[in-house]
Each structure stands twice: as structure tokens, then as C-alpha cells.
Design a protein around this ligand. Structure first.
Ligand code: ADP
Length: 466
């Protein structure tokens, strides 16, 4: 497998991984948002349940009165801090069953649609000294876990806060101090918190995201499947293309040997006066020779075209540009049998050029041959060459031209323009491909300008330091 395909596969896999990462990140963010929305929605529906229900409010009231009386007892040192908490605990335990049943009834009426646990906890109880100097902490959740007052029991980590309240009020009680009824006043700071625990909230949130998750996974699988399929097809096609190229190369090589023997045999026939006597036989032999040469040319073309420009081994030499070009054009003109072809030369260069004569001649000949092949009734070719930092050779004709949309593909392997005139002319669509490879091997470039029915101009540029 070639480097390019490996690189393509690696980039595609990396792209897919990056895409999955981004998708995962977005899904996670959506999950967090959904979770926040879900929790605040639930909070909103239950936050004022206590206050709005007369039954629950009544329970809270009684609990509060009880609690304040205990604090008043503590204030006059009738009971200790520990006793305050223990008594509170015992009392809340005794009413908790009733509180939970009443709360659940309220929840049912709200029709929330999922199971919910709730609790009321105490975070701090501080008796504030009226002078404001000495505060007395009865309970603080910073040192011990929160004090469970009402509702279900679950840990802080398992639940979410619904609301919290801070009481800062003065209280007035009558207590017996040293045998006399005395009015006592104390300030109390009481911090409570309502919390909830939604059973299986993760499942509920995921359920709300089901369509998004389903679509995301679907798209991911689709992209993954397409990528896998494309890569597999790419590898298969590459293998088939390699097998085809090998096959064509082998078969053309194999054909060359019998063709050379055939050339030799025809030469012998032509030279042996004894065998070829009649003009008819002479004609037949020269037909065999011509077709043999044509077949050899075609095979050479196919063989040459298996080479990419990196594989072309150039043997460069310095040539006098003007003389060299004139010679090629004159030779080309001699090889044509039609008088209807006119070639105008405008070559006045003094500079020399460093090229591989064999390859470069093939490249120019291909362009000149095409100008004749795809010419109209009277072919006129203009060849001009200039030297301005780089060697620029331009060959233009007055032929059938090339439709604009086909021009970009002209140098592709096996490409032939798809109109009728072209299909009447024999060819393999390899000449320009090979010409381009030769020019590239010389570090130059070949460009074409053409329009249908307006001829074509091929421009070859070779840098002077190639
Ligand atoms: P071939 O001539 O064997 O088909 P080439 O690679 O030489 O292959 O040319 C590719 C195609 O480009 C040709 O089939 C023809 O359609 C088009 N073409 C090339 N040169 C010219 C030209 N001078 N005028 C019009 N069409 C041309």
C-alpha cells in the first residue's frame, strides 16, 4: 500500500476520533444541562410544599414550639446541650412517620411522575448572647454530620438541596429561676435545609436525552461505516489498478519479442529479390511492415506510460536551442505526407538549454502530432520560442480545439475528449500524459489554452536552472 493511502487512512481515522471526541463533549454538556434543568424543575415543584400544606405546616409549627421550649430550658441550665439534641431527636422520630405520609400524599397530588425522597436537616443551632459578645453553639454541621429532623434518611452526597432557611429571632419565655418565675429573652440562630433524593435520576435524564443519543450514535455509526467502506474500496481499487498495470506491462513486454522477429522477417523478405518478385507481393510486404511499425509504436507508448515523472531517468546535455528546435520541426515536416500542413517557425534564441534530447523530442513530437491529428482541413501550426529567464516554447494550431470543461483533464492518463471528431481519430489518451511527465521531470510545466473550434495552444516552460 502506498504512503499516500496510508496517510489518507490515518488522517481519516484521526478526524473520526476528533469528531467522536467533540460529539462526546457535546453530549456530556447536554447531559449536565439536562440534569440541572431536571433538578431545578423538581425543586421548583416541591420547594413550597411545606408552607402550602396546612397539615405539614402544622407539624412544623409544633416541632418548632417544642424545640424553642427545649432551648429555653437549656438557657436556664435545666438541661444540657446533649439533652436538647436527644429530646429533639426523640420527638422528631415520634412524628416522622406521620410527616412522611402527609408529605407523600402532597407529592402524589402534585403528580411529579417519579419517586422522590425528602428530608429536613439542621445545620446550625446557635444561642446568641443578647450582648452579642458570647455566642453559644449547640450544634454545628461543620464538626458533625447534619442533624436529621424530619423525612427520609439519606446522606448529603445522595441528595440535592431544595431550599434552606435561616432563622434569626428573639424569643421570650417564662421560666423558674432560683424558685421565681422569670421572663427570659434569648436570640436564636437556626439554619435548616430541605433536601431531596430522586430515585434513579440519571436514568430519567438519560431517558429525556434518548432521541439525541440515538441520533448521535446513528450518525456516528453511519460515518464510521462510510469511512470503513470507502477505505476498503480504495484499497481494493488500488490493488486492482496495480494488477492491471502489471498485466499491461507484462503483456506488452511479451509482445515486443515476436514483433521484433516479425520486423526482421519483413526486412529479409524485402531484401530477398528472389522471393518478393511481383509488385503485389511487394505491396503486401510493405503493408506488413507499416502495420508492424504501428503496432510497435503503440506498445512503446503503453510501456513508456507506466513511468511516472519520478521514475524517468534523464541524461541531460546542453543543446543550442534554436538549431535543436529547427531540426525537430524539419524532421517532423518530412515525416508528413500531406502538403496541406503548414508550420510557421518563430525561433530566435541564442541561449542554450539543458535537456534530455531523447525524451524532450518525444514530448514536442507528441504535441506536434496532436496538432495534425486533431486539425481541420488545412492545418496551420505556429511554433514560437523565447527565452526570458526561462525557456518558453509555444505550439498553437487551428484545429478542432478542446471544450473548456475538458481542458483540466487533458494530461490525465487515458483521457480523451468525448466528442465525435476525436473518436474518429485513433489514440490511447496517453500522449499528453507522457509529455507532461517528461516536462515535469525537467522541472518545467506544460499548459494549454483552448476552446472548441478555435484551435489549441500548448505552452511548455522550462526553468533555466533545471
Ligand atoms: P490521444 O491523442 O492518443 O488520444 P493524447 O494524450 O495525445 O492522446 O491527447 C488526449 C486528448 O486530448 C485527445 O484525445 C484529444 O481529444 C485532445 N487533444 C490533444 N491535443 C489536441 C489538439 N491539438 N487539438 C484538439 N484536441 C487535442
Amino acid at each position: 500500500m502506498h504512503k499516500k493511502i496510508r496517510l489518507l487512512i490515518s488522517i481519516s481515522i484521526l478526524g473520526l476520533l476528533a469528531l467522536s471526541g467533540i460529539q462526546g463533549y457535546l453530549i456530556n454538556n447536554t447531559y449536565k444541562l439536562e440534569k440541572t434543568a431536571f433538578i431545578s424543575e423538581t425543586k421548583k415543584s416541591i420547594s413550597r410544599l411545606d408552607d402550602l400544606s396546612p397539615k405539614l405546616d402544622g407539624i412544623n409549627e409544633t416541632l418548632r414550639d417544642n424545640f424553642l421550649n427545649l432551648i429555653a430550658d437549656y438557657y436556664v441550665k435545666k438541661i444540657t446541650k446533649k439533652q436538647v439534641l436527644e429530646t429533639m431527636n426523640a420527638y422528631s422520630d415520634s412524628i416522622n412517620r406521620f410527616y412522611i405520609t402527609s408529605y407523600e400524599k402532597e407529592l402524589k397530588e402534585k403528580e411529579i411522575g417519579y419517586d422522590l425522597k425528602f428530608q429536613k436537616i439542621v445545620n446550625t443551632i446557635i444561642v446568641l448572647d443578647t450582648t452579642g459578645i458570647k455566642n453559644d453553639t449547640i450544634f454545628s454541621s461543620t464538626k458533625t454530620p447534619s442533624f436529621h429532623l424530619l423525612g427520609h434518611k439519606f446522606s448529603r452526597e445522595e441528595g440535592h438541596e431544595v431550599s434552606n432557611s435561616l432563622w434569626l429571632t428573639d424569643h421570650d419565655f417564662n421560666r423558674e429561676v432560683d424558685g421565681k418565675m422569670t421572663s427570659i429573652i434569648f436570640n436564636l440562630q437556626l439554619e435548616t435545609e430541605d433536601r431531596m433524593n430522586i430515585d434513579g435520576w440519571e436514568k430519567i435524564v438519560l431517558g429525556r436525552m434518548a432521541s439525541l443519543l440515538f441520533i448521535s450514535i446513528g450518525i456516528f455509526l453511519l460515518v464510521f461505516g462510510l469511512l470503513f467502506y470507502s477505505i476498503k474500496s480504495l484499497i481494493t481499487q488500488k490493488k486492482i489498478a496495480d494488477i492491471k498495470t502489471d498485466f499491461v506491462n507484462n503483456i506488452t513486454h511479451e509482445l515486443k519479442t515476436p514483433l521484433s522477429t516479425l520486423t526482421l522477417a519483413t526486412k529479409m523478405l524485402q531484401n530477398d529479390e528472389m522471393i518478393v518478385v511481383s509488385p503485389r507481393s511487394k505491396g503486401i510486404v510493405s503493408t506488413i511492415e507499416r502495420q508492424n511499425i504501428r503496432l510497435q509504436k503503440l506498445i512503446d507508448q503503453v510501456l513508456n506510460n507506466s513511468l511516472g515523472y519520478q521514475e524517468i531517468q534523464l541524461h541531460k546535455e546542453i543543446v543550442p536551442t534554436q538549431e535543436y528546435l529547427k531540426l525537430i520541426i524539419d524532421d517532423f515536416q518530412l515525416s508528413l505526407d500531406s502538403k496541406k500542413i503548414k508550420i510557421n517557425k518563430n525561433i530566435k534564441i541564442k541561449e542554450q538549454i539543458s535537456i534530455d534530447k531523447f525524451y524532450f523530442t518525444t514530448a514536442i513530437s507528441n504535441v506536434l502530432e496532436n496538432a495534425v491529428k486533431y486539425g481541420k482541413e488545412r492545418v496551420e501550426i505556429n511554433v514560437s520560442a523565447t527565452f526570458d529567464g526561462a525557456f518558453v516554447l509555444s505550439i498553437s494550431d487551428n484545429g478542432i480545439g478542446i471544450p473548456k470543461n475538458e481542458v483540466p483533464f487533458l494530461f490525465d492518463k487515458f483521457y480523451r475528449v468525448g466528442n465525435k471528431e476525436v473518436h474518429n481519430v485513433k489514440g490511447l489518451g496517453l500522449g499528453l500524459y507522457y509529455t507532461n511527465q517528461i516536462i515535469k521531470a525537467h522541472q518545467g510545466k506544460i499548459e494549454v489554452k483552448s476552446e472548441e473550434n478555435s484551435g489549441a495552444t500548448f505552452t511548455i516552460t522550462i526553468p533555466s536552472n533545471n
